[in-house]
Design a protein around this ligand. Structure first.
Ligand code: ATR
Length: 277
């Protein structure tokens, strides 16, 4: 019987996940489909029950359900539990639904796609202390990055993540991050300040950015955020958010099928849709 997968969220109509997963499924000749489902906060439990009855093989979870789905699942992977968020659910052979988080690891894969794996000793600065930052920090640590500083407008939130990680992980203010920016080899922008197209939306001044730095943003629409544009002008190597989107999807696909799909198959098509090159 045809297998079906889904992404649940609210809003959901702009999600590019169905396009990406269907492209992978088609290119591999799988008898499967992936559909977007508009699920409100109020209907999460009932929707999940319905999906189970209808034999959903697996699904992605997006805003606003990444935390709320956890108590409804049969099992949660240890890393996703630490992150406090699930973006991928797998129906196992025993019929139980298990949650994973592929966002953070998806980010690290996309970073290493561009710059390789030889930068693990660099000083890493993560801007922001929301859900995305949390996932990325845990994944960076898991993948061997050992010098991590989290800077946030509300420093307490950065400290809270540090407390759950290792004593060596540091927290600081955005001002301090901006003043000491030259010391960092990798800078990762996870705040929602970048969602505003204005030049004034930069979360920190880039005046002291080293021209050898690697700068990443998790936003992929627009591809070149003001933060990345400014960093590139100053000589930095930039990593757009598109790679993270593709790899979090590829990791989910691997959980469902055991096959890691080819990122390149979808990258060009997604770039065309986003107006990049
Ligand atoms: P997500 O789950 O996508 O990370 P979030 O949990 O809402 O989203 O977190 C948003 C992050 O962007 C937070 O770190 C927030 O800082 P505060 O914790 O101080 O609120 C940060 N942020 C949002 N707007 C910002 C701005 N204009 N300048 C700097 N940081 C901003």
């Amino acid at each position: 019987m045809k297998k079906w997968y889904a992404v649940i969220g609210d809003p959901i109509e702009h999600s590019m996940s169905p396009f990406m997963h269907n492209l992978w499924m088609t290119s591999e000749g799988r008898d499967a489909t992936y559909i977007p489902l508009h699920v409100s906060r109020e209907s999460l439990r009932a929707s999940f029950e319905g999906m189970k009855v209808l034999g959903c093989s697996g699904f992605n979870v997006t805003i606003p359900h990444k935390e709320a789905i956890i108590p409804l699942l049969d099992e949660v992977d240890a890393l996703a539990e630490k992150m406090g968020a699930v973006n991928t659910v797998v129906r196992q052979a025993d019929g139980k639904y298990k949650g994973y988080n592929t966002d953070g690891l998806g980010f690290v894969r996309s970073l290493e796609d561009v710059v390789g794996t030889s930068h693990k000793q660099e000083k890493v600065l993560v801007l922001g202390a929301g859900g995305a930052s949390r996932g990325i920090c845990f994944a960076l640590w898991q993948e061997g990055y050992r010098d991590i500083t989290i800077a946030n407008r509300t420093v307490e939130k950065a400290r809270a993540i540090c407390l759950e990680m290792d004593p060596s992980v540091k927290a600081c203010s955005l001002q301090q991050a901006s003043d000491e920016l030259g010391a960092y080899g990798i800078v990762i922008q996870t705040t929602s300040a970048g969602l505003n197209h204005s030049q004034f939306a930069l979360p920190i001044s880039l005046e002291h950015l080293a021209n050898t730095a690697i700068v990443a943003d998790i936003v992929y629409n627009p591809l070149m955020t003001p933060f990345l544009e400014q960093s590139q002008k100053q000589g930095a190597t930039v990593v757009t958010g598109l790679g993270m989107f593709i790899h979090q999807g590829a990791l989910a696909y691997e959980h469902w099928t055991t096959v890691y799909p080819d990122a390149k198959v979808v990258k060009q098509s997604l770039l065309e849709q986003l107006g990049g090159n």
